[in-house]
Design a protein around this ligand. Sequence first.
Ligand code: FES
Length: 139
Amino acid sequence: MTEDFYSEKVMEHFQDPKNMGEMEDADADAVGEAGNPVCGDMMKIYIDVKDDIIQDISFKTFGCAAAIATSSMITELAKGKRLKEAYHISREDVAGELDGLPDAKMHCSNLASDALKETIKNYLREKGREIEGIPLEEE
Ligand code: FES
């Protein structure tokens, strides 16, 4: 995508983010976070999992409009998915669902997919589990 401006979808998710806020400890099975080295912004994602399916998900993001919109969109994409499917949601999937991001903001979508991956890995580590295709060792 080579847009210069935010799409309508980005604006919708920025102005009315879905699944925003911390999840209570009692409900969250795992939390993970990612930081963006380019700008210093941060995102945390919380998941509630049953039978390897993400039942509920929420986020807390300190970042720009694109970071808020991508957080909101990734939670919508991941909710109801199996852990393995959710792990493979890419930054391009998120940007595509938002009808693209300005080139200068593509790095912001890394935060969402990195934070979700970290959360899923933390869940598996805490449960002492492994799922093929999800590397738990630090790369
Ligand atoms: Fe930091 Fe967008 S400028 S995540």
